[in-house]
Write a protein that binds this ligand. Structure first.
Ligand SMILES: [Fe+2]
Length: 259
């Protein structure tokens, strides 16, 4: 990674404190903090190659689901967000298939990165996920693949972009569409109906690390067009030390529940 630009190893220095403060400000103001060039080009190339080499063991999923990842609610009108489904199709390489020496795994497993993520999110302590499959995942979206509108279960996500698609494959989000106290169904329904007036596009140049409040900002990846797969990584953290997926979600994302 580019430690000259992003002094992860010196967070207690003036330079480091200013860096964390800038990230926090961006996250609070826009719901997203993105750090272009976080990962150096040779590491980006290594991760794109890994995604191609390991595509055989990737879990290829193609599912319809609600934006809440909950079963369709039969007791609400058909156009209500709880009754509607969207499609998600992708190739997911689980943590247990990612070799220990690849750049992103080494970065993910470093205390420096975990401390930095905690500092930006204002958490006194943060843990890497304890899930043997989901802690770190390399995701490829091939032509026609997409991620349907959804809210994340976790409060926030951290992603690293390696390769955008030729066309399509845009990461769209609606910051603060709901809150922990207000599901704002009318607003969710408007977005599902195609109203894009509050929809923003996350810039995704190769090597960008992004923080994102995924629990209350609905988001999607539009269908991939062209031959180049969109490749990125999701890094998973929790506020409790033993965070794991439930079996249902693990089956959905990885087709299995254990290494
Ligand atoms: Fe998400």
């Amino acid at each position: 990674m580019d430690i000259d630009r992003y002094p992860l190893h010196q967070l207690d220095s003036d330079h480091g404190r200013q860096f964390v403060a800038r990230c926090r400000e961006q996250l609070q103001e826009t719901g997203v903090c993105h750090l272009p060039g976080f990962i150096r080009p040779d590491a980006v190339d290594a991760m794109v190659k890994l995604a191609g080499d390991l595509d055989d063991v990737a879990w290829k999923s193609d599912q319809n689901h609600t934006v809440y990842f909950e079963p369709v609610d039969e007791n609400v009108p058909a156009n209500h967000p709880r009754a509607r489904t969207v499609r998600s199709a992708k190739h997911g390489i689980a943590y247990d298939h990612i070799p220990a020496d690849v750049p992103l795994r080494r970065l993910y497993e470093s205390e420096d990165l975990t401390h930095f993520i905690a500092a930006v999110l204002g958490k006194p302590v943060l843990y890497r996920s304890a899930d043997p499959l989901d802690a770190l995942q390399v995701t490829s979206f091939h032509p026609g693949d997409e991620l349907g509108w959804h809210f994340d279960r976790s409060e926030f996500s951290v992603t690293v972009m390696y390769q955008p698609s030729d066309r399509g494959g845009e990461f769209l989000y609606v910051p603060g569409l709901r809150s922990d106290n207000d599901p704002h169904y009318a607003g969710v329904q408007r977005v599902l109906d195609g109203d894009n007036s509050d929809v923003k596009v996350l810039p995704g140049a190769p090597g960008t690390l992004a923080f994102f409040h995924g629990r209350n900002a609905m988001h999607r990846v539009t269908p991939i067009q062209g031959d180049t797969p969109r490749v990125n990584t999701v890094l998973t953290y929790g506020e409790v030390p033993d965070m794991k997926l439930n079996d249902l979600t693990s089956l959905l994302f990885y087709g299995r529940t254990s290494p």
